[in-house]
Design a protein around this ligand. Structure first.
Ligand SMILES: Cc1ncc(COP(=O)(O)O)c(C=O)c1O
Length: 335
């Protein structure tokens, strides 16, 4: 690895894997976490952002000053803002009230134009409202290029050849189960595709928030609270055939259990992860670990850092307002 990078984009990837021995005390398998928040933009979406923009450069012959539009719950926006800054493109992000204040301010500081929608769609999410606004934005700005992260072979490929390959190299080929969360599907489908090819015996677990419509077969939408997880539509990234071939188990989780796991891990391991990472770790310990014995190696992909959510997921007033109660031992106390 070079000591000095030509730009921040070369610093994407090579994120560490750490053992969660204190959080995993009392369970037989080894619990591991891949900390994607050490990417320079603070999340695993840096990888997808770079892959999607490089794809657009090949397909659309992007010139400096070109405008890119995306719809994002936050992290892709940061990764894209970083990539656009280095490459000289303008970025417009369609966002909604689930965007946390820290990420919103970061996007503004990075020179991103934010277009906000605030009307809930019929699935109790904002995705469909964002798409409606996108259509009018595209009419207003015909030269802008929309990059759809929900239908993005480039995002899947980026995670396949960077995240998936990296994981198997770091694990030296010894990985019994991989636990990932469901959002647009870029990370999970990319990593799963690499693992299916080069480590076919690794069990693939997908975790989604209760009430999400992301995964094939899901129904009954309900309000959702975890950033990055849960969608109002089934993203094309979860192509039914690929999904059936890659995913062994699907688990739905409530936001309270995910957030409590993040706090628990922060206190026991000194790793403060966002609620989606907490969701993966909770499922890894409670659902996956009991199926494996000593010596097994289980790995959760941790999308981002919890410091982004001090005013939302980790704020007692916000939790109250959203009607989220944390399970024992965190119930009744400010996390
Ligand atoms: C915090 C967080 N968790 C999970 C996800 C889901 O990842 P993907 O969209 O690759 O399915 C995202 C995506 O934006 C995210 O930002």
């Amino acid at each position: 690895m070079p000591a000095v990078h030509a730009s921040v984009l070369e610093a994407i990837g090579n994120t560490p894997i750490v053992e969660l021995n204190r959080y995993g005390a009392g369970v037989e398998p080894l619990l591991l976490a891949k900390l994607e928040f050490t990417n320079p933009g603070g999340s695993m979406k840096d990888r997808a952002a770079l892959g999607m923009i490089e794809w657009a450069e090949r397909e659309h012959d992007l010139q400096p000053g070109a405008e890119i539009i995306i719809s994002t719950s936050g992290n892709l926006g940061i990764g894209m803002a970083m990539t656009c800054a280095v490459k000289g493109y303008r970025l417009t992000c369609l966002v909604d009230p689930k965007l946390n204040p820290a990420t919103e301010r970061s996007l503004e500081l990075m020179g991103v134009e934010l277009v906000k929608v605030d009307e809930l769609d019929h699935t109790s999410g904002y995705h469909l409202t964002r798409l409606k606004r996108l259509q009018s934005l595209q009419r207003e700005r015909p030269d802008a290029i929309y990059l759809d992260q929900y239908d993005s072979p480039a995002a899947i490929e980026a995670h396949r050849v960077s995240t998936g390959k990296e994981i198997l190299e770091q694990m030296e080929g010894q990985l019994d189960a991989m636990i990932m969360v469901a959002g647009t599907g870029g990370s999970s489908m990319g990593v799963a595709s690499w693992l299916r090819e080069y480590s076919p015996d690794t069990e693939i677990w997908l975790v989604d928030e209760k009430g999400s419509l992301a995964l094939p077969g899901s129904k009954d939408p309900e309000p959702r609270f975890l950033n990055g997880m849960g969608t109002s539509i089934e993203p094309a990234n979860y192509q039914a055939d690929a999904f059936a071939g890659y995913v062994d188990h699907v688990v739905y989780i409530e936001a309270g259990a995910a957030i409590a796991a993040s706090v628990d891990i922060a206190r026991k391991e000194g790793v403060l992860m966002g609620g989606s990472g907490g969701a993966a770790c909770h499922v890894m310990r409670e659902r996956v670990a009991p199926r494996f014995g000593k010596g097994a190696r289980l790995l959760s992909l941790i999308p981002d850092h919890g410091s982004r959510y001090t005013q939302t997921q980790f704020d007692a007033a916000w939790l109250d307002q959203m009607g989220i109660s944390l399970p024992q031992p965190f119930s009744g106390c400010s996390p």
